[in-house]
Design a protein around this ligand. Structure first.
Ligand code: G3I
Length: 548
């Protein structure tokens, strides 16, 4: 379940998809950084960060801050970093990355609570009961530390539990505890941070193969037992010499169809060194195809690249004849793969296919919620498409009320006490549109009578000049109000040219100011104030309005 904390926590990331939903689709400008394009598509674009260059290199910090809206600590939240000795916790690296992400309005994906690697010997040497207790304690401490921090929104709870053939990895966890440690870890993480998205994460599971099928079966079985797994991470450590995995989009979609969020968590695409232009091009197509696979699956939250500069990549140490796996070179110059990621996020390498004549499926009946006198949220079951659904249009009859890139939209500016019968149409990149969904009707409640029960408006002129004036109204309520409205009626010759902290409806020289979405609530005994600029074609003192 998406949580209130998560919705709030992602800050601008949360706001942008809503804006994208309310406003007509606003593509990010072509030269914008990756994160602007990702946000416009409702996805994250992330990078893994390493603490040492983060502390020491301005170029590293600048690119990390500018280009990405999600951060995964590459090593700083792992067990050997956070609990090197039993019950002795070290938060220095983890906190440094959380602080950086907070300053730059980025989400943190915590990595990783339970893994067979980078786990100190003291854990590996414990007996079964003590190991289970240590695991639960570690999760409680590490996930618990950031549970109330809105920056940290998700965790890799268990990492790499499978062998490539689909058998459970014969790790010390498995040897000591059997596969029960997996469910146990998720339950402990849920207890420690109930609002975080909890992921299982692995490599070589991007395409359909024995390992990804084993993971699929495990996730399905865990969810059937109410184990709180709600996210699957596909690491995506690829190599141009082994080819692009088969059926990535279909694979990711089959997990999404289990009801979990999916994401690419550690993308890098290494090549046999040295780099050549041809290898760069091949690598770029792999990056592009991963991004496009995520864009094509509604439940894919985003893509994290495992670092961004070839200067700091784990690859050459582990695969000595391979490298150059990232989207910037060692000198922080953008590579063709940067352009590929950028253009895919911007839609540039995903042009509409003129041969695509398949329309998206019919969207579900919209459901109205959060209905107020002037607003409502509509949500519907998403359409599917042979390529990808690129957006929805919400209609009232033949009038377009809003567009959305997701299967929900928040309407504002509705008329009080009015029935709205609406339906929704899905579209794809080629312009194919679905059959309209069934309609739903909701009725906005009556708005407040002017100015709101128990509320009294007071007007004053705060400034005057030749041809104009500035006015201010304070609304004082003796009983609590959730919406308010007041009408200022002027003689002819007056017009309101600008207003703030209010919404304005003009009828001749009757100007009705209502609350903005954010200032409708006035507590008993409280006040709110809005203002406006008026023009006036007379001389002397501007006229005083009558208030109702
Ligand atoms: O911290 C020590 C330092 O004290 C020491 O001087 C230095 C000497 O080699 O080693 C440092 O530790 C290294 C650590 O990264 C931090 O830099 C380890 O040797 C090194 O093995 C370790 O590598 C990390 C690797 O995980 C460990 O398995 C990589 O940076 C990191 O990118 C990689 O990330 C993993 C994901 O967590 C899970 N999925 C696969 C991915 C790639 O292997």
């Amino acid at each position: 379940m998406p949580s209130l904390r998560r919705a709030i926590s992602i800050g601008a990331l949360a706001v942008l998809p809503i804006l994208a939903a309310v406003l007509p689709a606003l593509p990010a400008h072509a030269d914008q950084p990756l994160r602007a394009h990702a946000e416009a598509r409702g996805k994250f674009i992330g990078t893994a960060l390493s603490t040492s260059p983060l502390a020491n290199e301005t170029a590293y910090r600048n690119i990390a801050a500018t280009e990405f809206n999600q951060i995964t600590p590459e090593n700083a939240m792992k067990w050997d970093a956070t609990e090197p000795n039993q019950n002795q916790f070290n938060w220095s690296g983890a906190d440094a990355i959380v602080n950086f992400a907070t300053q730059n309005n980025q989400q943190i994906h915590g990595h990783t609570l339970v893994w067979h690697s980078q786990t100190p010997a003291w854990v590996q040497n414990l007996g079964a009961d003590a190991m289970r207790t240590a695991m639960r304690n570690h999760i409680a401490q590490v996930a618990g530390r950031y549970a109330s921090n809105p920056t940290l929104v998700s965790w890799d709870v268990v990492n790499e539990v499978f062998d490539d053939n689909g058998n459970m990895r014969n790790s010390f966890w498995y040897q000591r505890l059997g596969d029960t440690y997996i469910a146990d870890a998720f339950r402990a993480a849920k207890a420690a941070d109930p609002d975080a998205r909890l992921c299982i994460n692995d490599y070589n599971v991007e395409g359909i193969n024995a390992k990804s099928t084993a993971m699929y079966n495990l996730v399905r079985s865990l969810r059937a037992q109410n184990v709180p797994v709600d996210c699957v991470g596909f690491q995506g450590h690829l190599s141009t010499q082994y080819g692009f995995p088969s059926q990535v989009q279909q694979n990711v979609q089959r997990f999404a169809d289990l009801g979990v969020q999916v994401r690419f968590t550690e993308i890098d695409i290494r090549m046999l060194t040295p780099r050549t232009a041809a290898k760069d091009t091949q690598q770029a197509t792999y990056y592009r195809d991963i991004v496009n696979a995520c864009l094509a699956v509604t439940q894919c939250a985003g893509i994290t690249i495992w670092g961004f500069t070839d200067k700091y990549s784990w690859v050459p140490e582990t695969f000595p004849s391979e490298g150059a796996a990232l989207i910037y070179d060692e000198n922080y110059a953008q590579k063709p793969s940067y352009t590929a990621v950028h253009n895919a996020l911007a839609g540039g390498t995903n042009p509409p296919d003129p041969t695509d004549t398949t329309a998206p499926s019919r969207p579900g009946t919209p459901t109205a919620s959060a209905i107020t006198a002037t607003g409502a949220t509509l949500t519907w079951t998403a359409s599917t498409d042979n390529r990808a659904v690129t957006g929805y249009t919400l209609y009232r009859g033949t009038t377009q009320l809003a567009t959305s890139t997701t299967n929900t939209v928040t309407l504002t500016g509705l008329t009080p006490a009015t029935a709205y019968t609406v339906n929704v149409v899905a579209r794809d990149a080629a312009g194919n549109t679905s059959t309209a969904s069934p309609t739903t009707t909701f009725t906005t409640p009556a708005g407040p009578t002017n100015p709101g029960t128990g509320c009294t408006p007071t007007y004053r002129t705060t400034n005057t000049w030749q041809g104009g004036f500035q006015g201010e109204v304070t609304i004082r309520c003796t009983s609590a109000a959730t919406t308010w409205r007041t009408t200022l009626t002027y003689p002819t010759g007056v017009n309101v040219t600008q207003n703030w902290s209010s919404t304005l409806t003009t009828n001749g020289t009757a100007f009705t100011f209502a609350n903005a979405p954010w200032n409708g609530t006035i507590p008993a005994g409280g006040t709110t104030t809005f203002g406006f600029i008026g023009s006036w074609n007379g001389t002397g003192t501007p006229p005083t309005p009558t208030l109702s």
